[in-house]
Structures are given as structure tokens and as C-alpha cells.
Ligand binder design. Structure first.
Ligand code: HEC
Length: 129
């Protein structure tokens, strides 16, 4: 009888800690951005093809929808300003296409991995960021 009582007491003592942990987990879950579908983003077929390439080749180093940095600078709004934030190069298809093909300092080039059409699709998608 006494040990059962002790167990109840023990449980009650841990309750605030447990609920705090549960609450923290829920809050962390809410904080993580849910990935939007292609339809929610209103992407056309070419942009969808470009998004797949982005996910495969660029996403691990560049955030597309947030301003937090990964290994490389975020590419959110990359074509909305006249110049690229880091290099100061003009933000146009020619310069960005060259960066994709040839790379830049710590960024590898993707000219071998991607066809001209894939680079074009990728650029078209990046205009939606
Ligand atoms: C291994 C990590 C990595 C991958 C993968 C990568 N990048 Fe980068 N990227 C970087 C780094 C680091 C820089 C900054 C280079 C510098 O110092 O100028 C950069 C720079 C850039 C810039 C120029 C930004 C500016 O403000 O000057 C663009 C545009 C860019 N990357 C696009 C892409 C695209 C598109 C892809 C996918 C095809 C890609 N990157 C894949 C790491 C990466």
C-alpha cells in the first residue's frame, strides 16, 4: 500500500516536467515550416520541373523560402533585387546561370550534372522565389 502511494507521489512530482516537455515538443512542431505543395505555390509545369532540380541540387546549401543561411546564402527573392546580395553581380539569368554552371568559391559547378534545359527550368523556378 505504501509503495503504491509512493509511486503516485512520484508520478505527480514528474507531471509538471512531463507536461512542459510535451508543450515544448508541440511548439517546436508548430515552428517548423510546412513544405508547400507545387499547387499551393501556383507553379506551372516548367517551374515544377525546376523545383525538382532545386530540391536535388541546391536545397542542401540554399534556403528557397526563408532568409536563414545554410552553407550558402538564402535564395529567397534572388531575382527581386537588381544585384545578388553576396557577390554583387547583376541578378539576371546570364550571371546566375554562370554561377550554376561554373560554381563560385565554395560552391561547386553543375555544368556537368545539368543540361541546358535543366538550367533553364531551374532559373524559371528561381524567378518564383
Ligand atoms: C555545397 C553547397 C552548395 C550547393 C550544393 C549550391 N550552392 Fe550556391 N552557393 C554556395 C556558396 C557557399 C555560395 C557563396 C559563394 C561565394 O562566396 O561567392 C553560393 C552562391 C550562390 C549564388 C550567388 C549568391 C550571391 O549572392 O552572390 C547563387 C545564385 C547560387 N549559389 C545558386 C545555387 C543554385 C541554383 C544551386 C543548385 C544548382 C546551388 N547554388 C548549389 C553553396 C552551394
Amino acid at each position: 500500500m505504501q509503495s503504491a502511494e509512493r509511486r503516485v507521489n512520484e508520478t505527480l512530482r514528474l507531471l509538471p516536467i512531463t507536461s512542459l516537455f510535451v508543450l515544448a515538443t508541440i511548439l517546436a512542431g508548430c515552428n517548423a515550416e510546412r513544405r508547400k505543395s507545387d499547387a499551393e505555390l501556383g507553379l506551372n509545369p516548367q517551374q515544377i520541373a525546376g523545383r525538382k532540380i532545386y530540391d536535388n541540387y541546391c536545397d542542401r546549401c540554399h534556403e528557397p523560402y526563408s532568409t536563414s543561411g545554410k552553407q550558402g546564402p538564402p535564395l529567397k527573392g534572388v531575382f527581386t533585387k537588381p544585384y545578388l546580395p553576396l557577390s554583387g553581380l547583376p541578378a539576371n539569368d546570364e550571371r546566375v546561370g554562370e554561377i550554376i554552371r561554373f560554381g563560385r568559391s565554395k560552391m561547386p559547378g553543375f555544368g556537368q550534372a545539368l543540361s541546358d534545359k535543366q538550367v533553364r527550368d531551374l532559373l524559371v523556378y528561381m524567378h518564383t522565389l
